[in-house]
Design a protein around this ligand. Structure first.
Ligand code: HEC
Length: 186
């Protein structure tokens, strides 16, 4: 509930701050991660509450995940973008680039080694941008669609919608992927 409230206020203020000169780069990077993460999570939560089997929620994710990502990006200033990726993707649109893979492997290792900083946001410089990576950890609710015992109905929908599906068989607490925000160097 708290998350939804924070999200609502972020979404409402986003258009007012189309050019957020009052935020430093790190604050901007974190804000955009929260916008995408909060929007996806609150809508997924509402779907799962309405139908706990997860069946209507997966229909929703299949139809809307990319749309919601585009909508959030449309609210960001031109020098910024935000997306999700993973070492094992369901939708090939979300596939990682070389830098993403490098950072995610490092995050995965730190989670395996139980490093205290595993879920912290990482700041990474590329030639043209600064990237902020927020790790996503598998929670109980994720298992319905990314776990080891996915229902046959949900499984069928995944097979039908995602020919390159590679995002099942995760266990609780595993590293699932990241939300990445990217700010152009100016
Ligand atoms: C109701 C089913 C469902 C649930 C529950 C669910 N997901 Fe997904 N997830 C999907 C679908 C479908 C996609 C592909 C969306 C798209 O087309 O971009 C996806 C994509 C993703 C991606 C983008 C990378 C990729 O594989 O394409 C991440 C990261 C992700 N999910 C993490 C999570 C996490 C973390 C949770 C739990 C908090 C979760 N998901 C819960 C269905 C679900």
């Amino acid at each position: 509930m708290k998350l939804q409230l924070v999200m609502a206020s972020l979404l409402c203020t986003a258009s007012i701050y189309a050019s957020p000169t009052h935020l430093n780069e790190t604050q901007e990077g974190i804000k955009y991660i929260k916008m995408l993460g909060g929007s996806l999570k609150s809508q997924l939560k509402a779907q799962l509450q309405a139908d706990p089997s997860g069946f209507s929620a997966i229909g929703f994710c299949t139809a809307k995940a990319q749309l919601i990502t585009n909508e959030v990006n449309a609210q960001l200033p031109d020098h910024a973008k935000v997306r999700r990726t993973s070492l094992r993707t369901r939708n090939s649109i979300n596939k990682p680039d070389i830098k993403d893979i490098e950072v995610m492997k490092e995050i995965e290792d730190s989670i395996k080694n139980k490093t205290a900083t595993a879920t912290m946001i990482r700041k990474v410089n590329t030639k043209e941008t600064t990237r902020y990576y927020k790790p996503l950890i598998v929670e109980a609710a994720c298992l319905k669609c990314h776990g080891e015992n996915i229902s046959p109905e949900i499984q069928a929908l995944i097979q039908e919608s995602y020919p390159d599906e590679n995002a099942s068989h995760y266990t609780l607490g595993a590293f699932r992927g990241v939300i990445v925000s990217e700010i152009k160097k100016r």
